[in-house]
Design a protein around this ligand. Structure first.
Ligand SMILES: Cc1ncc(C[n+]2csc(CCOP(=O)(O)OP(=O)(O)O)c2C)c(N)n1
Ligand SMILES: [Mg+2]
Length: 644
């Protein structure tokens, strides 16, 4: 209450309404170590209802995380460790960035999945080192979101019984009472989907909550566990409690009276009683004893299973691109294949080199071709399988991948058609914000898709994804650049990478040495064809259109350079010297070609240059025909260059 009052913003409804749930979790149920927030066998708690961030900060502070009362009192202030919504990396003990409702449910499912996978790989009968639970707290809003529904279905289908979802059921959302927008029977819904459901009628009764959580933790029913806790929002502030007025900071003006009613000494702020401090200090000691005991188990496990221990430790060091390149065979010079097919071939040696690399698809493995051929599928009977079938749930797939990445053990990737990146995008944005190294293998990356027509032909998708900060988009031009793209994605540790791969065949660009193509991708842009006379023109291109720039250069003559630009973001991170070397500022006659919207290319062609692209929706016809009809040809590049 004090923090929300002081910052004149934020939400005190959930922190008050769910206070007893927090007390049970952080005072009793969660197995964790506040001094070691990333302990691998900790229970993970995710506040999916991120607007209630003060709930999380309060309990993290009280339970002894490195989050001082000063930080708590600086809620939402510049550079505080208590941002408006929980942000991964910013606050010890915050497991996931939440706030966009529903995402945390998907993240929790991803962590639970990662838990099952990790148990299968690392536990032994003698030394079961991993047995953690994932517990998420979600409100009406989270559960109204599609991403949550997709995720809870997936969790039930995969029988993730290490997952506990606590539903803060308070009949209130933001604008109004929840009855205005929902009339479902949550218990029946979850049961029908395949969850175990308990209902706690008095969500402020700690004993009942504790019983429910304990029972959920013990359940080995093969079903994820839902606890519906009936709560009263903003409990303790009678003026707003139980109504949507209690949702935001509206109750803050009644805080003094409310604190008095609760027996908090008058005139104090951020008051914590000695009893409470003493309780949590004792509890932390208990937790640390448990942690030390586990460490002994872990040491014994490490000694008995050095290979498993090395594998687990390997999660910390990302692979180097050079090392991966040494394991990816070159493609035959006369091969003609789509970059998605090249992706299939590149993925296999990568999967062999990185046993913690996993992948999945939203019912399109047959098209995206990212199936690990030597491995099996992840399901209830084979928790070690590395191929995950997400079903037609692109949003959940991306949110679940974030959860796997937050968890930190596996290097995760997932796939669908590029045009459906729009269905994954909210989670992709959070992956970028939270610096998660997720790899998206999204194929069918242009009008080259052909016959499926404009609904399936990405136009603005590649550029739209490039706009997300800290989000790398790589559009490789040929199979060797595809090898570079995968290595680039996997060597990256501080953010996601999307690989935009073609449906249609592309020629191998054999005139460019293999190393140049592979390493060029790591730089984001590189000289694909060097001029042999004084430089007059620069032609730029990405993906399946680079071949047209190369063909045009042959027609245009010796002073023409071709620059391959597979990744804007990587190129933009290079030194100014490197950028000037690739794109000498004095050379203003520039033409770029890409089968998509044109505006972003202005950054590289300047005001004097020209961009050949597609600023309209596509056409239903064979891919080659569409490309020609829309002017994506070498002739267009030649004409544009001559016009400069
Ligand atoms: C995707 C998304 N849409 C809208 C919002 C804005 N918003 C924040 S909280 C909230 C209402 C949530 O209701 P509920 O989950 O029941 O939380 P309660 O009001 O009970 O705390 C809304 C609409 C959001 N954070 N995320
Ligand atoms: Mg609610």
């Amino acid at each position: 209450m004090d923090a929300v009052h002081k910052s004149s913003s934020g939400h005190l409804g959930l922190p008050l309404g769910a206070a007893e749930i927090g007390a049970v979790l952080y005072g009793h149920s969660l197995v964790h170590n506040p001094d070691e927030p990333r302990w691998i066998n900790r229970d993970r708690f995710i506040l999916s209802a991120g607007h209630g961030s003060m709930f999380l900060y309060t309990w993290l502070h009280l339970s002894g995380y490195d989050l001082s009362i000063e930080e708590v009192s600086n809620f939402r202030a510049l550079h505080s460790k208590t941002p408006g919504h929980p942000e991964f990396h910013e606050t010890p003990g915050v497991e996931a960035t939440t706030g966009p409702l529903g995402q945390g449910v998907g993240n929790a499912v991803g962590m639970a999945l990662a838990g099952k996978m990790a148990e299968a790989r690392f536990n032994t009968a003698e030394h079961p080192i991993l047995d953690y639970h994932v517990i998420a707290l979600a409100g009406d809003g989270c559960l109204q979101e599609g991403v949550a529904l997709e995720s809870i279905e997936f969790a039930a289908h995969q029988k993730l019984d290490n997952l506990i979802l606590i539903y803060d059921s308070n009949n209130v959302t933001l604008d109004a009472m929840a009855i205005k927008t929902q009339s479902l029977n949550a218990a029946a819904r979850f049961k029908a989907i395949g969850w175990d459901v308990q209902t706690v009628e008095q969500g402020n009764d700690m004993v009942s909550i504790l019983k429910a959580v304990t029972r959920a933790k013990k359940a080995k029913s093969g079903k994820p566990q839902l606890i519906i806790a009936k709560t009263e929002i903003a409990r303790g502030i009678p003026e707003v409690a139980g109504t949507n007025k209690g949702h935001g900071e509206g109750g803050a003006k009644f805080v003094d009276a409310a604190k008095k009613n609760l027996g908090i000494p008058e005139g104090t702020h951020f008051y914590v009683s000695d009893d409470v401090r003493a309780f949590f200090a004792e509890h932390k000691k208990r937790l640390i004893r448990g942690y030390k005991k586990w460490n002994k188990l872990f040491s014994a496990w490490s000694a008995a299973n050095p290979e498993k221990a090395a594998l687990l430790a390997s999660r910390i060091t990302p692979p180097s691109a050079a090392d991966l390149f040494s394991k990816i065979p070159g493609f035959p010079a006369d091969a003609k294949l789509a970059t998605r097919a090249a992706g299939r071939d590149v993925l296999q040696p990568i999967a062999a080199a990185l046993p913690l690399f996993i992948t999945g698809a939203a019912d399109l493995f047959g098209s995206t071709l990212n199936y690990i051929a030597t491995d099996k599928e992840f399901d209830e009977t084979n928790r070690a399988g590395r191929n995950i079938r997400y079903g037609i749930r692109e949003h959940a797939m991306a949110a679940i991948n974030n959860g796997i990445a937050y968890d930190g053990i596996f290097r995760t990737s997932c796939a669908t058609f590029l045009v459906f990146a729009d269905y994954s995008r909210p989670s992709m944005r959070l992956a970028a914000l939270s610096k998660l190294p997720v790899t998206y293998i999204y194929t069918h990356d242009s009008v080259g898709v052909g016959e499926d027509g404009p609904t399936h032909q990405p136009i603005e998708t590649v550029s739209a994804l490039r706009l997300i900060p800290n989000f790398d988009v790589i559009r490789p031009a040929d199979p060797e650049e595809t090898a570079g793209a995968f290595a680039a994605a996997l060597e990256r540790v501080d953010g996601p990478t999307l690989l935009a791969l073609s449906r249609q065949n592309v020629p191998l660009l054999n005139d460019i040495p293999v190393e140049t193509r592979r390493n060029g991708v790591l730089k984001g842009a590189y000289i694909a064809v060097k001029e042999t006379a004084e430089l007059t023109h620069i032609l730029l291109g990405s993906g399946s259109e680079l071949q047209h720039a190369i063909a045009a250069a042959k027609t245009l003559g010796a002073g023409v350079r071709v620059v391959s630009v597979p990744c804007f973001e990587r190129f933009n991170r290079q030194s100014q010297d490197y950028k000037n070397e690739i794109l000498p500022p004095a050379v203003r006659k520039r033409v770029a070609i890409e089968a998509g919207v044109t505006p972003l290319w202005r950054e590289y062609v300047g005001l004097d240059g020209k961009v050949i692209g597609i600023d309209r929706f596509g056409i239903s016809a064979p891919g080659n025909t569409v490309m020609k009809e829309l002017g994506i040809t070498a002739d267009s590049v030649v004409a544009a260059a001559k016009s400069l």
